[in-house]
Ligand binder design. Structure first.
Ligand code: IMP
Ligand code: MG
Length: 179
């Protein structure tokens, strides 16, 4: 078991599993018929997934634009506060565009429900949702992702962009910190 910052990390999804799944997801997204696609990475957690996914999309024959928004629901803790703040806005015009929201993990759904409603209010024509991990047992909103990497067991996970108090984002795999 890897030890990072003196903590044991149990690996749930290896770098190889994730890379293979990203290629499959890209094929699925390419077949979904998005037009004039804008990939919108929700910072900070999705930065690693989005970086790999857009390159996989290139491999699947797509040429998306990429933009970012920063949303926050957690603060420093590991339980969602339920209140979403927009910390950094999108720079591109969205009217009439097909937008694919890319996020690390869908839990209560509050973050992505907020993002989807916000994009629609900015005039997006179609909003798709791609998440690497789906903790479907924790859902508190009626939101259904269009593209899912893996179903995630109900643990607080870190790595592959996801953090615990800003640490562990650099891990190339997804894991759980064992106490
Ligand atoms: P939701 O609004 O409850 O769906 O929360 C989704 C957001 O919370 C994700 O975009 C992540 O940034 C964060 N999050 C949820 N679960 C985890 C986790 O297990 N590890 C790290 N971040 C998480
Ligand atoms: Mg997030």
């Amino acid at each position: 078991m890897p030890v990072i910052r003196g903590r044991k990390v149990r690996v749930l999804f290896t770098a190889e599993n994730i890379a293979r799944r990203n290629a499959e997801l890209a094929t699925e997204i390419a077949a979904a018929g998005y037009r004039d696609l804008m990939v919108l990475s929700v910072l900070k957690g999705s930065f690693v997934f989005a970086a790999d996914l857009v390159r996989a999309l290139h491999g699947a024959g797509l040429s998306p634009e990429v933009d970012f928004m920063t949303l926050s629901s957690y603060g420093e803790g590991t339980v969602s506060s339920g209140k979403i703040s927009l910390l950094k806005d999108i720079e591109s015009a969205l009217a009439g565009r097909d937008v694919l929201i890319v996020d690390d993990i869908l839990e209560t759904g509050r973050t992505l429900a907020f993002a989807r409603d916000y994009l629609l209010s900015r005039g997006a024509a179609r909003v798709g949702l791609a998440v690497m991990l789906d903790k479907s047992g924790k859902r508190k909103t009626a939101i259904d992702p269009d593209h899912v990497g893996f179903i995630c067991p109900d643990y607080f996970v870190v790595g592959y962009g996801m953090d615990a108090a800003h640490a562990f984002r650099e891990l190339p795999y997804v894991g759980v910190i064992e106490d």
